[in-house]
Structures are given as C-alpha cells and as structure tokens.
Design a protein around this ligand. Structure first.
Ligand code: PSU
Ligand code: MN
Length: 321
C-alpha cells in the first residue's frame, strides 16, 4: 500500500527502503498524534538488559497518553519508522547495530547494514516521514575539549535545518553546556524551558545556565509550533524539560564521576562517536547504576511530555497547516 507523501516531493514513502509501521501509517493518515523516538539511546546509551525494558516502557508511556510511538532505526538495509517487538529486541541486542548519524544513513542502507539513529539521524528521518514531535534524553553538543578535538555533535547542525519539536532534558552534562547554548543560538535552534527559566543539565536539574524563553504547559508549546509552521521557521524547537530536583543525580557525585570519566577517555584515546557512549557507560558503572535510574526517568518523562504536546498539536488540526 502506498500512502500519499506528507511533504511535497517526498518520495521516501514510495521507496521499499522506507518502511512505516502500520500503526504509524494509520496515525499519519488519520492526523492523530505520533511521537518519534531515537534508537541510539537503546543500542549505545543504556546497558543490556535494561535498554530493552526502557525502550518498551517509553513506548508504553507514549501510548498511555494517546499518541503512537515511532521508534526509528535501520535494520538490514531498511529504514524503519516504528518498530515491532522483534525489531526493538534486535536494536537492543544485536552486536552489529552501529551508531548512525545523518552522514552514515545512505552508506549503511546501501550495504544492507543495521544501525541505531542518533538525535540527528532520527530528526532527519522523522521529518521525512512527516512527524513533528520527537523525545530523547539529552542532545549532543560541544564537547568540553572541543577547542582541541573539534568534537561537536552533528545533532546541532541537523537541528538547524530540521523543523522538529525535540523534547529533551537539555544537552548531556558531559558537554560544554555554555558553548553548546551559544552554538544553538548561532544555528537558529529555538530553546524553550519547560516550566522553568533554567536550562536543565540532563542528569542534573539545572545546568547553571538560564534560558530566555519558557513555556508553562504543553498547550503553550503547541501554540508556538503553529506559529513556526505559518512562518516556515526551518530549524528545530528544543523543549528543555528538567528533572525534579528530588530525582536528579547527586551533583557532587556527578562532578566527581565526570572528571574521572573525562580523564579515562583521554588516557584511553577514546575519540569520535565513541566518546558519548564511553562517558555514559562510565557514569552507569561508577555510580553503581544510579545514573541509569536517572537516565531512564529522563527519557520516560520526556516521552510523556512529547506525547501530550503531540496530542494537542494533532488536535489543533493538520488542515490549517
Ligand atoms: N540521550 C541519552 N542517551 C544517549 C543519547 C542521547 O540519554 O545515548 C545519544 C543521542 O543519540 C545523541 C547522541 O544524538 O547520544 C550524541 O552522540 P554524539 O555526541 O557522538 O553526537
Ligand atoms: Mn562527536
């Protein structure tokens, strides 16, 4: 069955490389809410076996708020928009699933490979499928040693050119948050604090930086999305949703473990796309799982908020877009 492309000139829907799950396809046809979810969190961000449990929990929370989850990944050369139980299990447990950014997608698909999509790759593919709201943990950004390493996540450049509402808990606290906020400004990426005027710090409630705009509730976010459509704003809107202080990682533990992790990464010469998974894994081990619980909470809470935003956005009517 072919579905009319939601974006003019979008031929992805006609390609057998691009497989939209039946429930996602139905939701798109009906104009009901869909929430895009990334898969790098599952394959490279969380350890087994918790990764599969969290991935399923995140999908459940989206459903419980009346939206359809669309976890995005690449399996055996097919781009999957929405995963069934077997596909979710494969992303979580197969050893040949690589971390995929936008630049890797075509090569991987052409070679019939399998990969888990980062924020960058997920945003690109979700937007191609006509999805508007995406939930993740924390964005990538400028790394702390970027002055020497030039390591800046491709998440930033992609968000500059992808009109997606991304619900996250700020950028990962392993990064240079101040530099990342400057880059987001340069790249025209909108940043809204969700019921806060402090930019969240992923594992921590407050990154130490303020955020200029905030939205008090999901309806306020949906209002802004509508205006963005009308004015054809080409970049992403980041909805920065902090964890309550009672759920954050102990800030002293955080700072100590981060310092140790950065030292280890440098001593072991960890570079490129391995840096973020290495540091997250170091946190999970060094905090004896405490950071894992926090990371799970972050993802679940962001998915819940994304679903509420998507439901209001869908109710606001696809016809006036
Ligand atoms: N948020 C999490 N865990 C993760 C990530 C985000 O809670 O593992 C992933 C996202 O896929 C993000 C990626 O795009 O980390 C950033 O990687 P890099 O710094 O190499 O661009
Ligand atoms: Mn990088």
């Amino acid at each position: 069955m072919t579905v009319s492309a939601p974006v003019p000139g979008n031929h992805a829907f006609d390609s057998d490389l691009f497989v939209v799950a039946p429930e996602v396809r139905q939701a798109l046809e009906d104009g009901t809410a869909v929430v895009a979810l990334e898969s790098t969190i599952i394959s490279h961000g969380l350890p087994r076996p918790e990764n599969l449990r969290v991935a399923a929990e995140v999908e459940d929370i989206v459903r419980s708020r009346g939206a359809t989850p669309a976890t995005i990944a690449i399996l055996d050369g097919k781009v999957l928009i929405g995963l069934d139980d077997s596909a979710l299990d494969q992303v979580a447990n197969r050893d040949d699933v690589v971390k995929v950014s936008v630049r890797d997608i075509a090569t991987l698909v052409a070679r019939c490979g399998s990969g888990a999509t980062t924020v960058a790759a997920t945003s690109h593919l979700a937007s191609l499928a006509g999805l508007r709201v995406f939930a993740t943990g924390g964005l990538g950004g400028v790394h702390r040693q970027a002055r020497d390493s030039w390591d800046e996540s491709a998440d930033l450049n992609t968000l500059a050119v992808t009109p997606m509402t991304v619900v996250c808990s700020g950028v990962k606290s392993i990064l240079d948050v101040g530099a990342t906020l400057e880059r987001l400004e340069t790249l025209n990426v909108g940043v809204l604090g969700y019921a806060t005027n402090r930019f969240p710090g992923f594992y921590l409630t407050d990154s130490g930086f303020p955020v200029f705009w905030s939205a008090q509730d999901a309806a306020a976010v949906a209002d802004i999305m509508k205006v963005r459509d009308t004015l054809r704003i080409p970049s992403a809107l980041v909805v920065a949703n902090p964890l309550p202080e009672s759920e954050q990682l102990d800030p002293d533990v955080h700072d100590h473990v981060l310092e140790e992790g950065l030292r280890l990464a440098s001593a072991r010469n960890i570079t490129g796309k391995d840096v973020t998974p290495f540091l997250l894994d170091h946190f999970h081990r060094a905090t004896h799982g405490a950071s894992l619980i926090v990371n799970e909470q972050i993802i679940v809470r962001n998915a819940e908020l994304a679903a509420r935003i998507a439901v209001i956005d869908a109710g606001a009517g696809a016809d006036d877009r």
